[in-house]
Every structure is written in C-alpha cells, then in structure tokens.
Design a protein around this ligand. Structure first.
Ligand code: FEO
Ligand code: CA
Ligand code: CA
Length: 641
C-alpha cells in the first residue's frame, strides 16, 4: 500500500487498557517459549510433521535460507527457479499492443496487465479439478504510482503534472486481470488469445447487491438506482470461494476522493474512513464523481468485497454489501462443517478490526449456480479479543445493542455502509493493522497477520497487541472450537487465541521479538502482510515494509505452526529494493508457488527517470515493472519440501 496509508489512524475510540499487561508480558501465561506455547494450544502435531522434523532438524522446511540484505534483484532459495510470468504492460487481451512505456495510452493499458499486482488466485482448468499445470490466474491491480509509470514526474509534483490521458491510463491500470496459464516442460507461460482473458478496471460496470443495494446513500446522478457502479478501486488481497468465484477486496479507497468531506451529509462516515480534502490521485480533475462535494455518495459505492466468476469472462462483478464496508485487506473463505460459508476479512488500518461473515444459506457442492448469491445474506461479526485468551465474535445486527436510530443507524444497510462506526459501538478490539487472514487446512486454525502499528503507545497495549511502537508486527493464531481441520467450527461465537510470533530482529533487544529457538540471522522477519498455507499446513508469510522498518528487503518466509518448527521462520525469497511482496498462492500440488512483486523501486527519491532498480528487465528504456513470478523446484518436487 502507499506509504501515506500506512500511517493513517481514523479510529477515535478508546481501547480498553489492561493494567496488568506489562506484568503479564513477563509472566508464564504471556510469554512462555513459542515451542511450548504450541504444545499448550492442544493441537496435535501430525505424524508427518514429526517424521519430517526429525529428517530436517527442528523444522520440516528443508530449503537453504536466502540471506538478509537489499539490492536490485530478486533472490530465491538455492535450487529453485523464479520465472517472471507476466509484468505490468504485458498482453492480457488478444489484441493488446506491445508495451511501450514511453508512449503508453489508456486504450493499450486497458488491454494490458495492470499496475501493482497484489492478490493472486489460481483457479484450475477445467473448473472442479485440481489441475496444477493449467489454470486461470486472477491478479489484483491495487494502485498506481504515476512517478514510476510516467517520465518526467516526481513524487512531489505528479498531481499537478498529470494530463487527462495520464488519468485514463491510471484508471485502466487499476482493477484485476484474468489470464490463462499453463506449465509445459517445467516452464509456465500465459496462453495467447485465451477465451478467459479479461481486464477489469476502475471504470468497468459492476452491480451492487445485498442489504445496502439500492439504498439512498448509494444513489448518484449517474445511478439513480443505487445498484450500478463503475469500477473497483484499490483491490488489495482477496479470496476464492468454494464455488470457484473470486473475491477482490477494495482497501484504501478513501485516497481517490477530493473535496471537503465535512461539507457533505456523510461527514461522520467519511471521517471514520480517513477521508481528507486532498486526494492522492488526480482523478477528480477530470471525473467529477471523485469529488465528494460534486457527488457526495460516490465513496459509499467503494470499500466492498467484489465477487466475479473468472470462468465466465462475461460475468458482471458484484459488490456484496452484506460483508460490510471498510478497508478490506482480503476475504478468505472456508466451508464450515455444517455447510455454511465463513469469510474472514481484516480492516487494514492502525487500530481497526478483524471481521467474519457467516452465510445464512449453505454451500451446494453439486449445483454451482445455487451458490451464486450466497454472499448476499448472513451475519457480519467483529472480533473482540480478551486478555484470558478467548475471542468473542460480536454480531453487527440492526436494532441490537447500540446499533439503533439513536446512533444514526436506521437499517441494516446503514450498518453495512458504516461498518467501522457500528463496530466501535460494540467494543471491538483495535488491532495493529489487520492484513491477511488464512485458515490452516490441517489444524483448522485461523491466522491473522498484523503488519505493524507505531502509533500504539504503552498506555494502549492489550494482550493481543502487546508491543508499544510496534514497528515489525506479529501473527495471531485463532482456534475455533470443535476439533481439527474440517471439524473446526468457524461459526462458533467464541474461539481461543495465541500469538504465533512477534516479528523483529532478535539481535535488537528493543524489538522484543518472539520466534522458536533456532531462528537464524536470516530467518527473522518484519511487517507480515499476506499469508498462505501449503497443503501440509505450513505457513508462508509475505511482508510489506521490512525495508523501512528493519533495513531488510521484503520477501517470503515460511514456518511450521506445530512441532519444534512452530514459529521457526526461514527466509525463502528476497525482493528487489522498494518492492512489497504480495500474492502468495500455491497450485493444488504445491509444486508451483506464485508470488506478486509489487512496486519495485518505490524508494524515496526514486522515479521513472531514475529508478532505484529496473527489475525485472534491467533495460535502460524499461522502467521497473510490478510482475507475477512463478517459483518451482529445479528438477521437480514440492516447494519447501
Ligand atoms: Fe494493500 Fe493492507 O495492503
Ligand atoms: Ca500491505
Ligand atoms: Ca496487503
């Protein structure tokens, strides 16, 4: 995400302060060794994990670590190949012209791969199989960086320099791409002229459904129905539904709007989302809908989870308002044992919350079409973590508790539109930037990456956010009741939780990190963001911000979550300077690991004309390009082994 977004705080509520926190940090309950804490979670270690641990030492992960550091290149563990699969500007649609960065046009960009690839979803072909050699990749294009995309611009001057054509290029570089990919003889390629190829942009027509659809607060001059919207913005991470559609998450949408939010009737709503009079994008210069004084309801049409079917290039994307409106990091789905579908979603801002949506209906594994509108009805919950190691899910339901007309909520639609304010009233726990959430297919646990929060001071600590000036972030493990794997009850109102690890440099006492014994000088990390599990239940962590926080390039680390390798992180991949690591996504056979390299060269003072790296092309006439990379083990085999 843009560095301005990283610093934002718009939650005015007071956190409950646990007076005993500092004492507890040193107590047995709060800071027992991580390996012992693993045993204490009462989750059995699988026989497979134990036998592999014996073979590889304390961890099941056998790769040799990449060294810490920062340079212009991408480095992956020895014995692995990292193949650049598709880059910003590469062909997506059949008639896309070749990329010419010096003469880019909006028409070309709308047919080419967009900027700042984030989420990656792999969808096997054909649908319903576990084919790991042929599939669709859905990739989000989160945001644009004009001074790295266009010649002659700088970080300080780009807003004034942008022409209407630059703005149209940027709108077209947002959204998502669908590309067909296949592996032949160990190498991946994008299939030319695939019938699945698709680009969604910040102007693609979309539908709005669920409790807030058609509400007056969603109506604009261009859409008197409040059900049709142009485009999706700031698509960060996402998720895959069990019925083979993709969920793409609208995150920092506030930054696209200009005009004084205080002059609108939505002032309170927009203040809670961090709206400012000055936009970080030039869109409102040529598109009045991006000025809140011209079109006060337009921002209510962003901040949603958007669903579309990658197998049907004509499907109209749908903004599912039942999942709430906030700065959605992602949307991770799991089918509960009773057939209901649960979607976890973090609200990525300092002191914001973790949410869970539970569908009213049940997933139909036979009839795909029957699931089409499953995400329109259900209950949205927000998480409240307690110092005793339990977590309560609080339902956001109109009329209950304080969610009444007295507080400005006149319907369930109002709660969906102002989800943050509703969650404030219920006493949700303000977190250290909730990013990705993933469920572990082996143990049924739910893992939440908290990137960092240097605004948390010592008087606002609690057990789940235990460090002041949290530069490096941490990972929380949540355990639903009911049992392991598929028996875990993701609809339960109470879970238990632990801290899996506290990131930071073990050599720096002030960081006060926590890993397993055996973590090396290259194995520590900073700023966990997106996470993925392989099919053995091992956690793969991508980072965003390690270079600023800890002077080490972002990348990928992996660890076990059970046994002696629990929280013993190892560095697998290191990014070129200025880049953030996104995506991580395995094929079903674990033999390919797709990662997204976002904003290479986004360093201070770096620009299109003088970038800090020209990864991945390293050609004088080619700027740095965000790109998706496919990682495979040389000679075959599963990644991580
Ligand atoms: Fe777009 Fe929270 O990262
Ligand atoms: Ca991030
Ligand atoms: Ca992210």
């Amino acid at each position: 995400m843009m560095s301005d977004d990283n610093d934002m705080v718009s939650n005015p509520t007071n956190t409950p302060v646990f007076a005993d926190v500092l004492a507890e940090r040193l107590s047995r309950r709060g800071f027992i060794g991580i390996a012992a804490a693993g045993a204490a979670t009462a989750m059995a270690t699988s026989p497979l994990a134990i036998s592999e641990a014996l073979a590889n030492g304390p961890t099941t992960l056998s790769f040799k670590e990449v060294k810490q550091g920062v340079d212009e290149k991408l480095h992956v563990a020895e014995g692995y190949d990292a193949q650049v699969l598709i880059r910003w500007g590469d062909k997506v649609m059949p008639d896309a012209p070749a990329f010419d960065p010096a003469k880019q046009t909006a028409a070309a960009q709308a047919q080419q791969f967009g900027y700042n690839n984030d989420f990656i979803g792999y969808f096997p072909l054909p649908f319903g199989t576990k084919n790991s050699d042929s599939g669709l990749l859905v990739v989000n294009h989160e945001y644009t960086i004009p001074f790295l995309m266009f010649a002659g611009m700088t970080e300080k001057t780009y807003l004034e320099q942008e022409t209407p054509e630059h703005i149209e290029i940027e709108l077209a570089a947002h959204g998502a791409s669908v590309v067909e990919v296949r592996k032949r003889d160990g190498r991946w390629s994008v299939v030319d002229k695939s019938r699945f190829a698709r680009r969604l942009t910040a102007t693609s027509p979309m539908r709005i459904s669920g409790p807030a659809a058609g509400h007056d607060r969603l109506k604009t001059k261009a859409d008197l129905t409040g059900t049709r919207v142009l485009g999706t913005l700031n698509n960060c991470a996402g998720g895959k539904t069990p019925w083979g559609t993709v969920l793409t998450a609208e995150e920092n949408f506030n930054g696209y709007f200009s005009g004084d939010p205080a002059k609108t009737k939505e002032a309170k709503n927009y203040a809670r989302l961090g709206f400012a009079a000055k936009s970080r994008y030039a869109f409102s210069k040529t598109h009045a809908r991006f000025n809140v004084e011209s079109e006060p309801n337009e921002p209510n049409r962003f901040g949603w989870i958007v669903e579309f079917d990658p197998y049907d290039p004509n499907s109209v994307p749908v903004k599912r308002t039942a999942l709430g409106r906030f700065k959605h990091e992602g949307a991770t789905c799991v089918v509960n044992k009773d057939g209901r579908v649960v979607v976890y979603s973090g609200d990525d801002e300092r002191f914001d919350y973790l949410y869970r949506f539970v569908t009213a209906g049940k997933f139909d594994p036979i009839n795909r079409e029957a699931n089409r509108d499953l995400l329109d009805s259900g209950t949205l919950y927000v998480a409240k973590f307690s110092a005793d190691g339990t977590l309560a899910w609080l339902p956001l339901i109109f009329g209950a508790q304080w969610l009444t007309p007295d507080q400005g909520f006149n319907s369930q639609a109002d709660i969906m539109i102002e989800t943050r304010r509703a969650a404030d009233l219920l006493g949700a726990t303000p977190m250290d930037r909730p990013e990705d959430v993933e469920t572990n297919p082996v143990n049924g646990g739910v893992y939440l990456a908290l990137t960092n929060n240097t605004s948390r001071k010592s008087d606002r600590l609690d057990k789940v956010n235990p460090r002041a000036d949290n530069k490096h972030g941490h990972i929380v493990e949540m355990l639903p009741p009911g049992g392991m794997g598929k028996d875990a009850d993701h609809t339960a109102t109470t879970y238990t939780w632990n801290i899996l690890l506290l990131a930071g440099d073990p050599a720096n006492k002030a960081d006060a990190p926590k890993y397993a014994a055996g973590t090396t000088e290259n194995g520590w990390l900073s700023c966990p963001d997106n996470v993925a599990f392989d099919s053995k239940g091992r956690l793969w962590i991508s980072t965003d911000g390690a270079q600023n926080a800890a002077k080490i390039a972002d990348g990928i680390w992996a660890c076990d979550v059970v046994g002696t390798g629990r929280a013993l992180t190892k560095r697998f991949l290191r990014l070129p300077t200025g880049a953030e690591m996104c995506g991580p996504e395995f094929t079903p056979d674990d033999r390919t690991f797709f990662v997204a390299v976002q904003h290479p060269a986004e360093d201070e003072g770096s620009s299109y004309d003088k970038p800090s790296t020209r990864w991945p092309d390293f050609k004088a006439n080619m700027p740095p390009r965000p790109a998706v990379v496919a990682i495979t083990k040389r000679g075959g085999g599963t990644v991580g082994s």
